[in-house]
Design a protein around this ligand. Structure first.
Ligand SMILES: [Zn+2]
Length: 295
């Protein structure tokens, strides 16, 4: 993804932050420092828990990546956006079991972390862990080790539960498709999963609008467009997947030879709209002159 900066590389996967990422830190400063009236202490707490939240997001995404790599799917990068993380897999396996495992591995990481934290709470009495996850996430402003502990615990529960919602682009979407694909054709399974996801997004959006809940409205919009994109992607793969080069290549390609001048290349590019030019020498293809080498 463009406009992102590499933080580190784990298992050959670049972990990058998008340039818009600092927006979430500004939100944290407002949410925990300004709106709660906690001042500098609140700001510090907000920034620390937000960075912890995104550490958890990275671990969640790495869960997907490790599972994907296990099935031989190359993973290019994880990009952190203000709304969460995206693991970019080269492709999603169409075998239902593999998709199910990859889609569930992220949440498994959160469940394991939550169990470890709960055991630490029982053993050492850290954190209160009272209240629902959402309340813990949005309402904490008191700072301190216990509040931080509660926040991290709640964030893991939230990620595990929120991603149960059976809609793309949340993890529940691929889980639903994989379950449907055990009985139906892959494309049909995708169409049904996308429709279910979009219907739920419309209902959530309506509820958000009626309640005046901007956050819910934004989430609904994000889910609706994300689900639609997944549907289009599968449709495109199915359409173009069967198309051979024979049916798509241009039969009137302009070529150069080793004695052609760069001026010839520019003239051809300007008059033919063909930006990349094959270079021939005595009936043999020598290579390609790309637009960026002479423009
Ligand atoms: Zn996930």
């Amino acid at each position: 993804m463009d406009n992102s900066i590499r933080l580190l590389t784990v298992r050959g996967i670049d972990i990058r932050i998008h340039v818009t990422f600092p927006l979430i830190l500004i939100f944290a400063v407002l949410q925990f420092g300004v709106f709660t009236g906690q001042g500098i202490a609140g700001v510090l707490f907000g920034v620390i828990v937000t960075l912890l939240l995104f550490t958890i997001v990275v671990l969640h995404e790495l869960g997907h990546c490790v599972a994907a790599q296990y099935y031989g799917v190359p993973v290019t990068q994880i990009v952190l956006l203000p709304i969460g993380g995206v693991a970019q897999l080269e492709h999603i396996p169409e075998k239902p079991v593999q998709e199910l495992v990859i889609a569930s591995a992220g949440r498994l990481v959160n469940v394991v972390i939550a169990i470890v934290l709960y055991l630490a709470h029982l053993a050492f009495g850290i954190g209160g862990l009272e209240g629902d996850p959402m309340g813990l996430l949005m309402g904490v402003g008191q700072g301190g080790i216990n509040a931080t502990f509660n926040y991290v615990f709640a964030a893991n529960l939230f990620l595990a539960l929120f991603n149960l919602i059976p809609s793309f682009p949340l993890d529940g979407g691929p889980v639903l498709r994989a379950l449907l694909a055990t009985r139906l054709d892959y494309k049909r399974a995708t169409v049904i999963a996308v429709s279910i996801g979009q219907s739920m997004a419309v209902l959530a959006g309506l509820l958000g609008f009626l309640e005046g809940d901007l956050f819910l409205l934004l989430i609904a919009l994000f889910v609706y467009t994300g689900a639609g994109q997944e549907g289009q992607l599968v449709q495109m793969r199915r359409t173009f997947g069967k198309l051979t080069v024979e049916r798509a290549y241009s039969r009137q390609a302009h070529t150069l030879n080793l004695q052609s001048t760069i001026k010839d290349a520019i003239a051809l590019a300007l008059t033919t709209l063909q930006s990349d030019l094959p270079v021939w020498d005595g009936g043999q293809l020598m290579g390609l002159l790309s637009h960026h080498r002479y423009a």
